[in-house]
Design a protein around this ligand. Structure first.
Ligand SMILES: [Zn+2]
Length: 74
């Protein structure tokens, strides 16, 4: 099973790893709500994690108001 990371803002693929040991990835440190928002499982049993890419992280740091548009981008 693969775990796919993608940017939650621009949907850039950040990479995939083949590891199903969620504990090692720190998923167990997330609360229920964070899990639901960040982690999705598709019908093939693959895991999709919403992260943030460098570009968007930079944009958010440089433009703190940018997060207001987050809902439009999703
Ligand atoms: Zn991005």
């Amino acid at each position: 099973m693969a775990i796919h990371y993608e940017c939650r803002h621009c949907r850039t693929k950040l990479g995939s790893i083949n590891h199903s040991d969620e504990e090692r990835l720190g998923f167990h440190l997330l609360n229920e709500e964070e899990r639901e928002t960040m982690i999705n499982y598709d019908d093939r049993g693959e895991t999709h994690v919403k992260a943030i890419c460098e570009e968007c992280e930079k944009a958010l740091t440089e433009n703190p108001d940018y997060h207001q548009f987050e809902s439009f981008l999703q």
